[in-house]
Design a protein around this ligand. Structure first.
Ligand SMILES: CC(C)(COP(=O)(O)OP(=O)(O)OC[C@H]1O[C@@H](n2cnc3c(N)ncnc32)[C@H](O)[C@@H]1OP(=O)(O)O)[C@@H](O)C(=O)NCCC(=O)NCCS
Length: 196
């Protein structure tokens, strides 16, 4: 069973493990090009606790933490925010958890935070992520070339966007998403265990 709980200080060691995992790290532009550490993540968490425009959650599979999902740059005036997701555990990827988690955070953003517009950035060669976002209705709004600090190569970064109407519409009408329709994972039930 997949549940979402408030991201907590006790998750710091998982953050270090997940963000140092090459399978995760290779697709996270900028931030994690260098290895992270317990002290860097403690510092991040202290800042996070002081920030009001970010909400992160720990994704759990049968109560075991497997990843992180969150919303940042929450702008109440523009009713917009950015989404971030990483399934940290290798054997939890490719099983539909990313999609379930994205639907959950998109519901949270649109319904609880009353956002109208959700954005994200993703490296073009991150095939699973790009496929996931497109299948949820995100559209590419921009593409920029970015120099990779490690190998000096250029990679493309895609900026993607979905508007609330499109998300709601897609999730009511897209038969491809039958497995993941919010109606099968009732929103209120999903929220039941969470104490954010
Ligand atoms: C991107 C990520 C969140 C996707 O989560 P996931 O649980 O592995 O993905 P799902 O099993 O829900 O599948 C989502 C879609 O990706 C596709 N997909 C999953 N793994 C894939 C793979 N290895 N190759 C190609 N497509 C893949 C699935 O077919 C599915 O598409 P569909 O809905 O059209 O069938 C996850 O792989 C991850 O955390 N990666 C590392 C960190 C990262 O890249 N984060 C995103 C930063 S922008």
């Amino acid at each position: 069973m997949i549940t979402f709980r408030k991201h907590e200080r006790k998750d710091i060691p998982y953050r270090v493990q997940w963000f140092n995992n090459p399978e995760v790290n290779r697709y996270l532009r900028g931030t994690f090009e260098e290895k992270t550490s317990l002290s860097k993540e403690k510092e991040w968490f202290s800042k996070y606790e002081q920030t009001k425009n970010k909400k992160f959650f720990t994704i759990c599979q049968n109560e075991i933490p497997i990843g992180i999902i969150g919303i940042s740059h929450i702008n109440k005036t523009r009713k917009s925010a950015d989404i971030f997701i990483a399934i940290g555990e290798n054997n939890s990827r490719g099983k539909g958890i990313g999609k379930t988690a994205m639907l959950w955070i998109m519901n949270y953003g649109c319904k609880d935070l009353k956002l109208q517009k959700l954005t994200l950035s993703v490296m073009k060669d991150n095939i699973p992520a790009v496929r996931l976002y497109k299948s949820l209705g995100f559209q590419i709004k921009d593409e920029v070339k970015k120099k990779n600090k490690k190998n000096k190569d250029y990679s493309s970064l895609l900026f993607m966007l979905i508007k609330k109407e499109k998300f709601i519409l897609d999730n009511n009408q897209n038969p491809k998403q039958d497995k993941f329709q919010p109606s099968l994972i009732p929103y209120q039930d999903m929220l039941h265990d969470q104490q954010y």
